[in-house]
Design a protein around this ligand. Structure first.
Ligand SMILES: [Zn+2]
Length: 244
């Protein structure tokens, strides 16, 4: 199965630091991410509410022919307040506007948000050999299923597909009705399982959900540590008489 070569092009100041090395080192048989060119200074936004329009962005991001597709990363808002737009067969743009704050508020990382959306585009590309399939509008579903193709009209719903997102039954059937590599879906499922919240935040979440159990466990572990220390001390006394 051939890997999709994807280039990230940063557009203007991104406000937040992005760990491009992490993205470039992401192990996958489906995607290979590179941080390609960047546009350091953006022109003023064409939109009446300081948003960048599809037309304006299409004129800014160029396809250099070395990648399957290119994703422009921008911190400014996009037309109609979407967080992702597909601008052409091989070009998409992903915005951090409001999304960076949402994902950080729920203890996810911006890199996690980026990878989740890269996988969404990767599925479309694998199935259609283009980012803009003729039936593009029917892929996303309004129902929030924790699926890569959740519409997320309410932007904060993205958090339901940031921790081990899945491909719902309907989307799975849709992929299978196209000609895709037999290894694609198993590999995708493996990759999506790796997209998750850090262990620290998962533990913190568990404690919030089970405060009494967490308290009992803390008390039990404190008692056990005390007991083990006493046993060690008693044994040591028997060996080293000068201890006491
Ligand atoms: Zn779905």
């Amino acid at each position: 199965m051939s890997q999709l070569k994807i280039s990230i092009v940063s557009l203007g100041s991104l406000k937040y630091p992005i760990n491009m090395t992490y993205l470039e080192g992401w192990k996958s048989r489906i995607i290979n991410v590179s941080h390609g060119a960047s546009i350091a200074h953006l022109p003023d936004a064409d939109g009446s509410n300081w948003e960048y329009t599809r037309e304006q962005l299409s004129g800014l991001i160029k396809d250099d022919g070395n990648y399957n597709f290119i994703i422009g990363l921008i911190s400014a808002p996009l037309e109609h307040n979407y967080y992702m737009h597909r601008l052409g067969d091989k070009i998409a743009v992903l915005s951090l506007f409001e999304m960076a704050e949402i994902v950080r508020l729920y203890d996810f990382t911006i890199e996690n948000y980026m990878l989740r959306n890269i996988y969404e585009l990767a599925v479309l590309y694998k199935v259609n050999s283009t980012l803009i399939p003729s039936d593009m509008y029917s892929w996303a579903h309004d129902d929030v299923r924790g699926c890569l193709f959740d519409m997320n009209a309410n932007k904060s719903d993205i958090v339901f597909s940031l921790h081990q997102p899945k491909i719902c039954h309907a989307c799975n059937a849709r992929i299978l009705s196209n000609q895709v590599d037999a290894e694609f879906l198993p590999e995708l499922s493996k990759d999506l399982k790796k997209l998750k919240k850090s262990l620290y935040f998962l533990m913190a979440e568990w404690v919030k959900l089970h405060p009494v159990l967490a308290l009992i466990m803390a008390a039990l572990s404190a008692t056990s540590i005390n007991l083990i220390s006493s046993i060690i001390f008693e044994k040591s006394k028997a060996i080293f008489s000068w201890l006491g």
